[in-house]
Structure formats: C-alpha cells, structure tokens
Design a protein around this ligand. Structure first.
Ligand SMILES: [Zn+2]
Length: 415
C-alpha cells in the first residue's frame, strides 16, 4: 500500500465497502432444488469439458512422445553415420601413411635415395644422357604417383570431413528440437495433472450437490420449486412431537393381558424353548379399536407378513420422549407425521393366524421404548424396548403354566 496515493486508497476503500454492501443481496434470492439441479447440470457439463480437454492434452502429449522417439532414433542414426565417417577417415589416414612408407621403401630399394640425398642427386648421378632422362622420368613418375595418390586420399578425407560437419549441424539441430519437445512434453504433463486436479475437485462439488439434493428430496421431501429454507422449516415443524402431561393410557378397551414382556414359552409354536418377547400381548374382542397410548406424532407406519400393520408413535410425556409400538393390526388409520391424542383410533386389532404369519390368536402386541424413534434412535424399536408395566397399569398375568409367561389377566373395561 506504500506506493498508493491517499486518493487511490480512498477510492479503494469505497469500492471495498460497496462490495460488502452489495454481496448480501445475492443471498436473499430464494433457492430451490430446481436451481440446485441446474447448478448440478452446469457442473457436470463443466466436468465433461475439463475431461475432454484432459483427453485432448493427453493425445497431444502422446504425439509429442512419438516425435521424441523418432528423434531419438535419428540421433542414434546420425551418431552411427558420424562414427562410420570417423572410421573411414582413420582408415584413409592409415592408407596414406602406408602408401608413403611403401614409396619410401621403393626408393630405398632402388637406391634412389641414400640417406639425406634428394632426387637430384640420383638424377645427376646418371652415367650418360639416356640414363639421366630415364632417372629423371622415374623420379618424376614416382613423385607424380605419390602425389596423385595422397591427393586423392586427402580429397576423400576432406569430403568426409565436410560430411561430418553437416552431420554435426544436423545433430545440433535435432538436439535443440529434442530439448524443445521434452520441455513441451513436461508442460503437457503438468497441464494434464492440473486438469485432473480440477476434475477431482469438480467431482467433489458434484457429489456434494448430489448429496444435498438427495437429502432435500428424501429427508425433507422438498419439491423442485419449493424454497429450500421454507421446506426445511416445514420439515422441522413436522418432526415436532407434541408435549403432553399426564400418564399413558392402555391402548385397548375391554381387554386383558395374555403374555408378559420378557422370556415366554408358547407351546406348539417354538417347542418348549423360551423366546424373548420385546412387548406385551393385550387381547380385546376381535376387531377392537386400537388407540394411541398418549398424545404424540406417528413416526412409522409399515406393513409386513410377520406383524401385519405396524405403527410407531413418538411421545413427549412430562418432558421425556418415548415411543409406543402397535403390532398385528388388521388395519392402520394413520400416516407418518400425523399428530394423535388419547382418543385417536390408530387401527384395528387383528392377530388371527390367517392374517399374520407371526400370530396365532387375536391380540395386540404392544411395546414401549425410551426415546423417540427416528429422533433419538434409529434401530428397530423392538431391540431397545422396555417393560410396559413400568409405565402402564396392567393387571397381573395369571399364568396357565407357571414360568411360561402366557395366560390371562383380569379384564379391564376402561383405558
Ligand atoms: Zn407379542
């Protein structure tokens, strides 16, 4: 900031302030699942675009690699060519040396040269003119032969050296090109990894958006056009469990206990093995109305062959949350989210073996848990149920066979 004038600083402060005032306005805009889906589409398109770019860059990289390979081969070829020329030059040099030696030997053998003597000495040593001519021509021919031969070979060496120079020039050119290609290859590699990073972060964004959309659809049941904040507020209101004061009431009129909570034996059903019974069996006349045991909110309505229609209601009694469960019902009259009170008929007592694979006689299987199912816990309520006798007033069970846990209690007429 040192090099900014006071005026510039002032302007910058104004700009920053305006930005901070303008930005919150963006957030006011309502957002819907439809908006999120559009955003998701855009992100997926962006992901595809990056992926395509990455694929193209990889293709480009491969092409460069091919060029590098071709150049490598060419470099080897040129090296070999140069090496060959080098060998030929050495061979020619050897030949020149050999030739030179050979000529020297011939001259020596013919005693043309003695020690430091020159051709002239040989020539002027002629005994007569004819001999002189002869000697002169021999000397000339020898020197001419010698010269022609070495000239020829020197010329060949020169040609090869020119060729070598050309090869060296080519080598320099190719190695410069190779360096450039390798730099290009590295750059493309960096580009690919950059694009891959972008792809992975884009994928994270896509996953987050998808999870968000799924949660809004499945947990909050928002529609595509509903404002998300409003939808969440609606869902929050919907998980509200109405508070009540007072005690639980028995869920059926004019009924009796036929089995206690705990281990019991049902002859002919499981042999004589005691079975865990997570509920109490309450038997009213066939088709009796079943009532909610206390005010609350219906949190689960299911149907299955073992248990028939099953309803769970979450309660908030005197500030403590409970769940009551109602099994073997022939029919249920409530839906998830319904608010119920003591007088709400939630279904009809069933339990006939013809209608329920887990029951042998007309009764309600009734259970209670501590805590609200789907708010405080999410396991099968039967696995966390407690003894209903601790929260309800039920007459004692008179067991048919002591220790079997089944029989009949006295009948109650009021809930
Ligand atoms: Zn039962």
């Amino acid at each position: 900031m040192k090099y900014l004038s006071n005026g510039t600083r002032f302007m910058l402060a104004i700009v920053l302030l305006s930005v901070s005032f303008i930005c919150p306005a963006y957030r006011v805009k309502a957002q819907t699942i439809g908006d999120l889906k559009k955003e998701l589409d855009a992100k997926e398109a962006e992901y595809k675009r990056i992926e395509e770019q990455k694929n193209l860059t990889e293709q480009e990289k491969e092409a460069v690699q091919k060029k590098i390979k071709i150049n490598e081969d060419r470099i080897v070829e040129l090296y070999q060519e140069n090496q060959k020329l080098e060998e030929e030059i050495a061979e020619l040099n050897e030949k020149i040396a050999a030739k030179y030696q050979e000529i020297k030997n011939i001259i020596n053998t013919n005693q043309i040269m003695n020690g430091e003597n020159s051709y002239l000495e040989y020539i002027f040593g002629a005994s007569n003119f004819a001999d002189f001519i002869y000697r002169a021509s021999v000397a000339e021919q020898l020197s001419k032969y010698n010269k022609e031969l070495t000239d020829q070979m020197s010329k060949e060496i020169e040609e090869r050296e020119v060729k070598q120079k050309e090869i060296e020039a080519k080598q320099n050119e190719i190695s410069a090109l190779q360096q450039e290609l390798q730099a290009q290859y590295a750059r493309l590699g960096q580009k690919v990894s950059g694009l891959m990073e972008e792809m992975s972060s884009e994928l994270d964004n896509i996953k987050m958006l998808k999870d968000n959309i799924a949660s809004l659809q499945n947990t909050y049941h928002c529609s595509d056009t509903e404002d998300i904040d409003e939808c969440k507020e609606r869902a929050r209101r919907a998980t509200y469990i109405p508070a009540s004061t007072g005690a639980f009431k028995r869920p059926i009129n004019n009924a009796m206990v036929t089995a206690n909570y705990g281990y019991y034996i049902v002859p002919g059903v499981w042999g004589y093995n005691p079975q865990w019974h997570a509920a109490m069996d309450l038997a009213g006349p066939n088709g009796s109305s079943i009532y909610a045991a206390a005010p609350g909110r219906v949190v689960s309505v299911t149907h299955q062959s073992c248990g028939n229609n099953i309803v769970y209601i979450a309660h908030n009694v005197n500030g403590t949350r409970y769940t009551t469960g109602y099994w073997h019902m022939r029919a249920s009259y409530v839906s998830v989210g319904d608010l119920v009170d003591y007088n709400t008929v939630i279904g009809v007592q069933g339990g006939g073996s013809w209608e329920d694979s887990c029951s042998t006689g007309y009764h309600l299987d009734f259970l209670i848990t501590l805590g609200a199912y789907k708010t405080d816990y999410f396991v099968n309520p039967r696995s966390v149920s407690v003894n209903p006798r601790n929260y309800f007033s039920f007459p004692p069970l008179i067991e048919n066979n002591p220790g079997w846990g089944t029989g009949y209690s006295t009948r109650w007429y009021e809930r």
